[in-house]
Write a protein that binds this ligand. Structure first.
Ligand SMILES: Nc1ncnc2c1ncn2[C@@H]1O[C@H](COP(=O)(O)OP(=O)(O)OP(=O)(O)O)[C@@H](O)[C@H]1O
Length: 240
């Protein structure tokens, strides 16, 4: 019988920096079409966890498997499956949105990149601004374009570090609509968030990272109670 291969699997991830244990035996898995949110207090190790997961930092011990392949530094074929949305936009401020997307399209050798770029600009609501330089954009507009950039390569897994930060209600709604559609088509989503409302809206499962450990995980059902989610979180953090 064929063993089930997860889209993402973290096995006993540990990261030690200096004499400090930042991550302690973190194990998690994520399947296609599933969305997992990682929440936790400041300094819990979320960014470190993310960097280790996308291959930007090497874990002290433990492994990260993407679609059954071990992630190591420079594994391009593996990394192309990941769409990473971090705090930096990786956009060129003197270029227009369309030029930015076309540039990435060439860089990643994406088929029909020009057509896809134009479609994505419509999808994220930037079509009317397609010829303006990005330096004139608001934070929300930059975030919308960053999302388009990440989606251009059609990644199999999206890794989002606090994707709703700085977005107004309309932009957050748009982002959620896009993410849900991607998820419906089988994209796996891993996100870090401080925003419980958005977590409840988007995630199928939530994991609490506290003091470098997974303190608890929980499935989120549609229509579940936001207060109950917050209470559960507080309890998990206190117990860690
Ligand atoms: N290069 C480093 N050397 C030593 N300690 C570090 C280093 N980078 C991070 N840390 C420590 O690791 C811990 C976890 O940091 P990390 O940034 O991963 O937390 P976080 O959960 O993302 O926090 P926040 O919610 O504030 O962004 C913190 O105590 C931080 O001081």
């Amino acid at each position: 019988m064929k063993e089930l291969v997860h889209m993402l699997e973290l096995k006993n991830l540990t990261k030690i920096l200096g004499d400090k244990v930042i991550l302690r035996n973190v194990s998690l898995s994520l399947d296609r079409g599933e969305s997992l949110a990682v929440v936790g207090p400041n300094g819990a190790g979320k960014s470190t966890f993310f960097k280790c997961t996308v291959g930007l930092l090497r874990p002290t011990s433990g492994e990260v498997y993407l679609d059954g392949e071990l992630i190591s530094k420079n594994s391009m074929s593996v990394k192309q499956k990941i769409g990473f949305l971090g705090h930096e936009s990786y956009l060129y401020s003197t270029l227009t949105p369309l030029e930015n997307l076309k540039f990435y399209g060439k860089l990643y050798k994406i088929k029909e990149a020009d057509k896809k770029s134009a479609e994505l600009l419509k999808e994220v609501g930037l079509h009317l601004f397609r010829d303006m330089p990005v330096r004139s954009f608001s934070r929300g507009m930059v975030q919308r374009l960053s999302i388009a950039r990440v989606l251009l390569a059609e990644p199999e897994i999206l890794m989002l570090d606090e994707p709703h930060t700085g977005l107004d209600v309309e932009a957050a709604y748009l982002l959620n609509r896009i993410l849900k559609e991607k998820q419906r088509r089988g994209t796996a989503i891993l996100m870090i968030s401080h925003d419980f409302e958005q977590v409840q809206e988007l995630a199928d499962r939530v994991a609490v990272l506290s003091k470098g450990k997974i303190a608890d995980t929980m499935a989120i059902r549609q229509g579940s109670n936001l207060e109950a989610l917050k209470e559960w979180y507080e309890k998990a953090v206190k117990g860690a």
